[in-house]
Write a new protein. Structure first.
Length: 254
């Protein structure tokens, strides 16, 4: 039986994961040593470019000298500074930050790292998973387009694998929402992530199909069984999703 009290947990995701939500329940349920979470609300897997107020802003690297920061904003704005921070809000930058935090000693090296990203990703930026998996190296690999979900997911997962070769990596799918059309988009993201995970030999945790949160019992824009607004889990939903993820990680960690 694994002693999880000696294991450190690393996490990335969006607003469903930020702070002390499902992943914090995993940390508590399994009695883990630490919970290092770089999830930010409104985030996506991939880099982005925005046109705003006559200016073009593109995702910066976390270590850039003029790095503007990261924003979880989502309401319309014409502020280029704010949009730069939003462009920086992606898994690629989150992982760059995670590596910097470990290097500086602020975070311990993870024994388990889990991604939970994709709810906010747009269909037109999913990309080609088969192409994104071509080649062995990340550096200089023209097949990996970091402005697509497929390319960014491959880069993020493999970057964690390369920097922490002893860590077990898990990718948890988005959960169902109250909106059928949104769920159809999520299913396309899951298809992409399934291929990327298979190609990198990491475990996909299917929260969409198996965690117990179901569109049929949720209300668009209001409180349902587990979601407080048709999208974000309330305490009951966070607890349920955390219990499911705890079981999956406990039963599949080796």
């Amino acid at each position: 039986m694994t002693d999880f009290s000696e294991l450190n947990l690393g996490i990335d995701g969006d607003s469903i994961t930020a702070g002390e939500q499902w992943s914090f329940h995993v940390y508590k349920n399994l009695g883990m040593k630490s919970h290092s979470n770089v999830a930010v609300g409104s985030s996506v897997w991939y880099k982005r470019t925005f046109e705003v107020a006559g200016k073009t802003v593109t995702t910066q690297d976390y270590g850039a000298a003029d790095f503007a920061g990261i924003s979880d904003g989502w309401e319309p704005t014409d502020d280029p500074a704010e949009m730069q921070k939003r462009a920086n809000n992606c898994a690629v930058v989150h992982i760059q930050r995670f590596l910097a935090e470990v290097k500086s000693g602020n975070f311990p090296k993870p024994d388990i790292f889990a991604f939970a990203m994709g709810t906010n990703d747009l269909t037109e930026f999913i990309g080609d998973a088969d192409k994104a998996l071509l080649g062995k190296e990340l550096s200089g690999n023209e097949n990996i387009d970091l402005f697509t979900e497929a390319g960014a997911a491959r880069w993020c997962i493999q970057t964690i694998q390369e920097n922490f070769p002893e860590a077990r990596v898990f990718v948890m799918t988005p959960i169902q929402t109250a909106t059928p059309e949104h769920n159809k988009k999520i299913e396309k993201t899951i298809d992409c992530l399934t291929r990327i995970c298979r190609g990198l030999s990491v475990q996909l945790i299917d929260a969409y199909s198996n965690c117990g949160i179901c569109e049929k019992f949720e209300v668009i824009g209001g409180r349902g069984k587990y979601l407080k607004d048709g999208l974000h889990p309330d305490v009951e939903g966070q607890t349920l999703e955390g219990a499911f993820a705890s079981k999956e990680i406990r039963n599949n960690y080796f």
